[in-house]
Write a protein that binds this ligand. Structure first.
Ligand SMILES: Cc1ncc(COP(=O)(O)O)c(C=O)c1O
Length: 422
């Protein structure tokens, strides 16, 4: 697989452009995405699914930059959207309504009305919402999201299956907490046509067996619904963040997928489309957050390296104790220092090197004031989860294209931040 960066003369480049040049042209902090890596991950995933009728719905919550959406449109992707505004942005990017599956929750009636008026397919994740949909739109098509009583993911906050999760119509093989018969009854009474069955069990999953289990389970439910056009196994394919983690082995899951789909098609009597909804896998490794060292300070315990960014730009270390590899872009190799890399926000938890308990020391080539640090694997749930906390503007975003670096979102200004006050 293509790497997002290169090292030349001990300096970091992204897509052939030196980090020092990127920062002098576009400023710091800066999000940089490598287009060729996004293309590579999309093709990898398409090729990894050994079934002809397949769709990849890009989970745009991972990174909703308009230019990146257009890139996915051009590559033939579909969209997974979870808010009306995501739907509007996808339509604005050029996706037709039939390429969008909506899986938002806690919807108001007017939101359901808007989605239906726009011909957006709604994927419903509770009996309550299914009943509401059935009363408002009898005789129409619908899709349901199942909670298969297990989940997966890199942190409890992102596990979306199982008994502690708020998502999906519950299905359990144990006890009598199986909501599928009630869902079937609601569907039949309102003459709804169930065209899709969906599950998304979590994010950052590196265990192939979770998908193997999920595919079998969803297909065993699917065979009881005769009108299906698609089954959707959600997103969640992980990427290795920590050095010991191994990439997701697509060949293991592909073998199972091929066999189970063949068996399912025979029993079901027709071919259905299979869909996945990857976000992280497609964009995480393509993105790098560049941030400049502004000060270095010591306590009896740690050396803190202060930078011009914080969890307002990349919240993953703060929210999940996530690990992101960090390189000194100006001297990738050399004498190492054990440091804690600290953001500029007024909050002690604002550290780029931390785990769930607190600071985590990292070895990095001696950082000096003015050096630029490259925080890797920041393309998914990075900018997308950013904020203006401490009245700090969001950084610019740049895409490295075959024609060179392109500014795809300008840096925010003070004026941008105050324009909502009335
Ligand atoms: C319904 C749904 N589909 C797909 C995804 C994408 O997950 P990931 O980025 O881990 O592939 C999410 C993310 O949480 C989701 O909620």
């Amino acid at each position: 697989m293509i790497q997002p960066y290169e090292i030349e003369n001990n300096q970091l480049s992204i897509g052939g452009i030196k980090v020092s040049e990127l920062v002098s042209e576009f400023g710091s902090p800066l999000y940089v995405y490598n287009e060729s890596v996004i293309r590579d991950r999309y093709t990898t995933l398409v090729n990894a699914i050994p079934y002809p009728h397949k769709r990849l719905h890009y989970a745009m919550k991972a990174n909703s930059n308009l230019r990146i959406l257009k890139l996915f449109l051009e590559m033939g992707a579909y969209i997974d959207a979870v808010s009306l505004e995501e739907v509007r942005l996808a339509l604005h990017a050029g996706f037709s309504p039939d390429k969008i599956l909506f899986t938002g929750i806690n919807l108001k009636n007017e939101e359901l009305h808007w989605l239906v008026s726009q011909n957006i397919r709604v994927n419903i994740g509770s009996l309550h919402m299914l009943q509401k949909y059935a009363s408002l739109f009898p005789g129409t098509e619908v899709s349901i999201r199942i909670n298969p009583d297990f989940g997966g993911g890199h942190h409890s906050h992102v596990i979306t299956g199982g008994r502690e999760s708020k998502f999906g119509i519950f299905y359990s093989q144990e006890g009598n907490y199986n909501q599928i018969p009630q869902a079937k009854q609601i569907i039949e009474r309102a003459h709804l046509k169930l065209v899709g069955i969906h599950a998304h069990i979590g994010s950052g999953i590196l265990e192939e067996k979770k998908f193997i289990e999920l595919i079998s389970l969803i297909l065993s439910i699917a065979k009881h619904f005769p009108d299906l056009e698609f089954v959707d196994f959600g997103g969640g394919f992980g990427i290795p963040y920590r050095p010991h983690e191994k990439p997701f082995q697509f060949d293991l899951f592909a073998e199972h997928l091929e066999k189970t789909m063949q068996k399912f098609t025979k029993e079901y009597g027709k071919e259905v489309i299979i869909a996945f909804e990857p976000g992280r896998f497609l964009v995480a490794e393509a993105g790098i957050l560049l941030t400049t060292v502004t000060e270095i300070k010591h306590t009896p315990k740690y050396t803190f390296v202060g930078v011009d960014s914080g969890f307002n730009h990349l919240i993953r270390p703060m929210a999940y104790g996530s690990y992101h590899p960090i390189l000194n872009a100006f001297r990738v190799q050399g004498e190492q220092k054990e440091v804690v890399i600290a953001g500029y926000l007024c909050e002690s938890g604002d550290l780029f090197t931390r785990n769930e308990h607190g600071p985590e020391v990292r070895s990095i080539t001696t950082p000096l004031e003015g050096d630029v640090l490259a925080i890797l694997n920041a393309g998914a749930y990075g900018f997308a989860m950013s904020s203006n906390y401490n009245m700090r503007p969001r950084p610019a975003e740049v895409l490295i294209t075959p024609e060179g670096p392109k500014l795809i979102r300008r840096r925010e200004t003070f004026e941008d931040m105050i324009r909502f006050f009335v």
